[in-house]
Ligand binder design. Structure first.
Ligand code: SF4
Length: 327
């Protein structure tokens, strides 16, 4: 590992000043991804600025929403009473990720910015456009079972690994930041970029910009959940996951907020499925039609074609569960 300096920021402005904009420094949350990347020599910052002493608070808002400090741990988030009662999909998504030990360390801000677990990205001997722009992508013709079927490009097919972000995207979360030009807010659904020709540029954040908090609007309904399909029962990334919040009134879907994980290059808001569901009878055929609409542009590769049908079936199963439809 390349030598680096370590400093702890006492407030967001100090963090911003210490990191600067020259690209040589990184914010350090729990370090559960960044330290791994440094050990593997994928990341080599000269300076680390610890931001774990910044806001860890989770507070209710007058409108019924919530504000989550970026330094809150994943464990604190999942255990918070308001999260468990008002946003059960978010508590479930966080608990579906990693292990208890990692959740104790990982922060919400760090979770949002964690990088892909594409095996070729971590292997210095492989070609990877995300690690080295223009180098090529060995996943395209390699073992791509875990890779994306939505949002991919010929430059990169890596999935975004977060469970938490899938729920946050479904919940219309907004990310608040502090940068050299001041504060701004970005809908989480717009924070992560599609890879297109530059998979190395992963978010809309500017150099040195710090995530300070995440804001949730009031929930649509308390009927929400997160289901993760994976190769083993714990400590595995999603093959497919679904975050869903559905308001069913008099047998019809009044509104729905849906997102998919494990299948796309960013946390994937299922806008097409939502549109297809609104006003429809809450029945298995209408749920299947919504799933078909969402996956219409999905493109499988040699080893991940199965994800297309798996995503459809998982979405239908979750919608049936939330709507109380027998299957
Ligand atoms: Fe790199 Fe993306 Fe290709 Fe993986 S899929 S090797 S991260 S360019």
């Amino acid at each position: 590992m390349k030598p680096f300096t370590y400093e702890r920021a006492r407030d967001p402005n100090e963090a911003l000043r210490l990191v600067g904009t020259d690209g040589g420094a990184k914010y350090l949350g729990g370090g559960t991804n960044l330290v791994d990347l440094m050990r593997e020599r994928i990341e080599a910052p000269e300076r680390l600025v610890d931001v774990t002493r910044l806001s860890t608070e989770i507070e209710g808002k007058p409108d019924g929403g919530l504000v989550i400090g970026a330094a809150a741990t994943n464990t604190a988030l999942a255990a918070h009473r308001a999260i468990r009662e008002q946003y059960p999909m978010l508590a479930r998504a966080v608990l579906a990720g990693a292990s208890a030990q990692i959740r104790n360390m990982a922060t919400v801000g760090g979770n949002v910015l964690q990088r892909t677990r594409c095996i070729y990205f971590y292997d210095e001997a492989s070609r990877c456009n995300k690690r080295e722009p223009g180098a090529g992508c060995d996943a395209l013709d390699g073992f791509n079972r875990m890779h994306a079927i939505l949002g991919a490009s010929s430059a990169c097919i890596a999935t975004h690994p977060s469970d938490m972000c899938v729920a946050l995207v479904a919940l219309d979360a907004v990310v608040h930041t502090l940068g050299v030009e001041g504060e701004r807010s970005i809908p989480l659904v717009d924070l992560h970029r599609l890879p297109a020709g530059r998979p190395d540029i992963e978010t809309e954040l500017k150099p040195g910009e710090l995530i300070t908090k995440i804001e949730l609007p009031p929930p649509l309904t308390k009927r929400s959940t997160y289901r993760k399909v994976r190769d083993r029962a714990s400590y595995a990334f999603a093959l497919v996951s679904v975050a869903a919040e559905v308001d069913v009134t008099n047998g019809k879907v009044r509104d729905a907020r849906l997102a998919l994980g494990g299948v796309a290059t960013k946390p994937w808001r299922a806008w097409k499925a939502e549109e297809a569901l609104r006003g429809q009878a809450a029945t298995e055929p209408s749920f299947r039609a919504a799933a078909e609409a969402e996956l219409v542009e999905a493109a499988g590769l040699r080893h991940n074609e199965f994800k297309i049908e798996l995503a459809k079936r998982t979405l239908v199963a979750v919608l049936c569960e939330l709507a109380g439809v027998a299957t």
